[in-house]
Design a protein around this ligand. Structure first.
Ligand code: PNS
Length: 167
C-alpha cells in the first residue's frame, strides 16, 4: 500500500546570495519529502550582499519553477515566528561537512528553545555539492574564475554581468 502523502509544510531559509547548485539540490530533494516547501530569503541589512533580495527572489523563482510545491518568499525577524505565521512545522537545512555542523547545531537548538513545535530537519548535501558555498562562488566569479556547474546557468550569467559591471 502507498504511504499517505506528507502533510508537512517546511521552510528552507537562507541568504541565497546567490543560489548555488547545492541549494537547488536541497530544494529538489526537500520538495519530494513535504507537501509544501517555502524557500525564504532573509532580509539582512547587516550583511553586504552581491544581489538584492528582489534579484535573489527572481533567480530562485526561475530555478524553482519546475517544482510545483515550492514557493519563494523573503522574511525579516525571527525565523520561527515566520515559520509559524506561514503554517510551517519544519525548518529544512543542508549540512555539507563537519564544519557546518556547529553553526547548524547552534541555530537548531536556539530555534527549538524559541519554539519547540518547529522541528529542524537536516539533509546531507550530495557529494558533488559538498564543497560549494555562495561565499566561494562569489570570490571565484569576482576574480574572473569559471563558476559553470556550481550555480544554475541563469545565475552564472548574472554573476558574469555583475563582475563585468564592477571592473
Ligand atoms: O544561508 P545562511 O546565511 O546560513 O542562513 C542563515 C539563516 C537565514 C537561516 C539565519 O540567519 C536565520 O534564520 N536568521 C533569522 C533570524 C533568527 O531567527 N535568528 C535566531 C535563530 S538562529
Amino acid at each position: 500500500m502507498d504511504a499517505p502523502p506528507s502533510r508537512t509544510v517546511a521552510i528552507y531559509p537562507g541568504s541565497f546570495d546567490p543560489i548555488t547548485n547545492g541549494h537547488l539540490d536541497l530544494i529538489s530533494r526537500g520538495s519530494k519529502l513535504v507537501e509544501r516547501l517555502i524557500v525564504a530569503i532573509l532580509h539582512n541589512n547587516a550583511k553586504q550582499s552581491l544581489f538584492s533580495v528582489a534579484e535573489r527572489k527572481e533567480m530562485l523563482e526561475e530555478v524553482a519553477r519546475p517544482y510545483r510545491n515550492v514557493e519563494v518568499t523573503s522574511f525579516e525577524g525571527l525565523l520561527v515566528d515566520y515559520a509559524v505565521a506561514r503554517g510551517a512545522n519544519v525548518i529544512l537545512r543542508g549540512i555539507r561537512a563537519l564544519s557546518d555542523y556547529e553553526y547548524e547545531l547552534q541555530m537548531a537548538l536556539m530555534n527549538r528553545r524559541l519554539n519547540p513545535s518547529v522541528e529542524t530537519v537536516f539533509l546531507l548535501a550530495s557529494e558533488a555539492h559538498s564543497f560549494i558555498s555562495s561565499h566561494l562562488v562569489k570570490e571565484v566569479a569576482s576574480l574572473g574564475g569559471n563558476v559553470a556547474g556550481l550555480v544554475p546557468p541563469a545565475v552564472e550569467e548574472r554573476m558574469k554581468r555583475r563582475a563585468l559591471a564592477r571592473r
